[in-house]
Design a binder for this molecule. Structure first.
Ligand code: HEM
Length: 330
């Protein structure tokens, strides 16, 4: 019995990705070979009828749907493909807090009139779906974490351990931050939106996103936002090693004339003054608490996660301040 599995690694949290692509009817939105898809649910029997761009029609019946396990199974009821006893499974697994693996598999028997290309045609269908997901959720432009495009931080790992000590970092904080990763990863965009709203409401902050035509540079804002959302997840999940230190240096620089605007070739003012980075830490720290409380954790765990988040952000702001300071003054 031929069996086919196609996979895609996507840099999106599993719960978020499942909501976007995991519905039995959702494949019609993201599969490039499909023209349209209709769902029908009659008497406990759910089917989807997919019409291909080549005019073909395929009817599949839902057998099992498990949203908490991020998986569904289905069988083929009708198809132009020369196959029978076709059973498929669509599954999304977490790969850390901010990434997922999509696993789409099928096994089937070949029909008597099948030629040698039948297996390839099934593979092609699954493959073009997973490839399109990779394109759709491709790498974030300008997010150069761990690459040679990033500045090298002159801060040593032992300097970093001393700073961690100064913010009072403990093993318990590390545990709490892991918990915060689960709580925040599918809320990261909403969290960033809440901060963005505060920046937008203060002209003296909003001006650092304004172009030469005196209007907000929307393309710049959108591009930076994706990296800001990723930063929320990174803050909770990335190990504090040399690559992490280097990206802290890079983020600091991207607020200064050395690198601001460079990633997007934007033409907004060239400096976010250090004092605003420090002052805006208050909303970034305090505003996270409501989001940490949204997933039903007890008050003690919320406090622990909030303390770990606060220490982590302060540690980062301390590192981002380095490119602003002269020599030994840092
Ligand atoms: C605690 C405070 C702040 C945090 C946590 C923060 C975080 C970030 C992050 C993560 C990025 C993207 C870095 C990357 O490219 O990967 C970024 C970029 C940026 N931030 Fe901030 N930021 C803060 C304060 C501010 C303030 C007060 C402003 C002023 C409105 C500001 C304006 C910008 C701008 C304009 C960029 C884009 C820089 C560029 O690449 O051209 N930030 N910030």
């Amino acid at each position: 019995m031929p069996e086919i599995t196609e996979t895609a690694e996507i840099g999106v949290n599993t719960d978020v990705l499942w909501k976007e692509i995991g519905g039995f009817g959702a494949v019609g939105d993201w599969h490039p070979m499909l023209e349209r898809l209709d769902i029908s649910a009659v008497g406990g029997r759910t089917t989807r009828t997919a019409r291909g761009k080549d005019g073909s029609e395929q009817v599949e019946r839902l057998v099992e749907f498990d949203p908490s396990g991020h998986v569904y199974q289905y069988t083929m009821e009708q198809s132009a493909l020369p196959v029978r006893d076709y059973a498929g499974e669509f599954r999304i697994e977490p790969v850390g807090a901010g990434a997922s693996r999509v696993i789409w598999s099928a096994h089937f028997e070949l029909a008597e009139d099948a030629d040698g290309r039948a297996i390839e045609r099934v593979r092609q269908f699954l493959h073009s779906g997973t490839e399109n997901l990779k394109t759709r959720y491709g790498p974030i432009p300008g997010y150069d974490y761990g690459t040679s495009h990033v500045a090298h931080s002159p801060v040593t790992l032992s300097d970093l351990r001393a700073l961690e000590h100064s913010v009072g970092w403990t093993a318990q904080d590390a545990e709490a931050l892991k918990m915060a990763a689960d709580v925040l990863s599918d809320q990261a965009e909403a969290l960033v939106d809440s901060w963005r709203a505060q920046i937008g409401a203060q002209p003296h902050l909003a001006k650092w996103f304004v172009g030469p035509d005196f209007k907000p540079d929307e393309a710049y804002k959108a591009a930076v936002k994706k990296r800001f959302v990723q930063w929320v997840i990174d803050t909770c999940t990335r190990p504090r090693d040399q690559a992490w230190l280097d990206y802290q240096e890079e983020i600091g620089l991207r607020h200064t004339p050395v690198k601001k605007n460079k990633t997007e070739q934007a033409q907004t003012p060239e400096l976010v003054p250090l004092r605003y980075l420090i002052a805006f830490t208050a909303p970034v720290v305090l505003g996270a608490k409501d989001f940490l409380a949204k997933k039903g954790h007890n008050a003690r765990d919320i406090e622990r996660m909030h303390a770990a988040w606060t220490k982590s952000v302060l540690l980062e702001i301390a590192l981002w301040s380095r490119p602003y300071a002269r020599g030994q003054l840092w």
